[in-house]
Design a protein around this ligand. Sequence first.
Ligand code: CP
Length: 334
Amino acid sequence: MNFSGQHVLSVNQFERDNLEYIFNIAEKMEPYAKRKIRTKVLDGAILGNLFFEPSTRTRVSFGCAFNLLGGEVRETTGMETSALAKGESLYDTARVISSYSDVIAMRHPQAGSVAEFAEGSRVPVINGGDGANEHPTQALLDLYTIQSELRAFEQKIDGMHIAMVGDLKNGRTVHSLSKLLAQYNNVHLSLISPTELAMPDYVIDTLENAGHKVTISDDMEHNLNADIVYQTRIQEERFENQDEANKYRGQFRLNSDIYTRFCKSNTVIMHPLPRDSRADANELDNDLNQNPNLAIFRQADNGILIRMALFAMTLGVADQVDKYQCPVPWYSAK
Ligand code: CP
């Protein structure tokens, strides 16, 4: 796949060799992300960062990743500050913003909206999450994190056991990650959720057609004996009303006691974040914060590397990043 000038809308675009290529480029971004050295390879380029739904990590890391490559960022946050609130179409918005930008990252609450927007865009569009549908850059950073965490235990993605826990119906990150895992071999997936919030059938079909073992359960404790536990939040913003979401809040909580009793000694804990730390939810307890196998912040850090790699690739400069190096004159503690 030649990434130059391409949209990144779905994980379905990627085959396994594409993933390995992206991860190689991401790894090379580490000295830049850690401020050991700078690059100006995207000096003069503009990212249109359009976030029509709340975000902390994805929005800020897209922006920082672009800045770290030397480019500038122009942001729109919230539907109400955009002309979409006046009835402008996604197509018209895309035609206009794509003439102001070299690449666009976008999040929107409706499934399929980012692909619709991309049809009107004259520059590459990267999906930062479209409703309950997909979150491809999160899936890439999740898979990159799984690979690097397992490497420390001399394990691989092929043959691993991952338990996905929580709202598997509405959680777009688990949909996208599962589809990427279909590119690997002999993965065991334990899908733990309330029956009403089960993983969609089409995702399970994809996994089973790839030859993976899929176990479905609403019992968290007895399915945590995995290499990776991927905890998720109840996606309350996708429910008809708060009362409906409240029925499931707090149903699956992972804390230090449960980890010690039911996980393996080296089970890696992941969560796409944000975790819901309110007392009635608390799906991933703060008492795990000092556990060395808690990978959630390393996972968020990897978002910078993956997004830098995607910008460099879609703008066709992945092989020129080092050529535009310059020193870091300020003190850096990273
Ligand atoms: N993981 C993730 O998408 O986080 P944000 O909603 O903060 O972007």
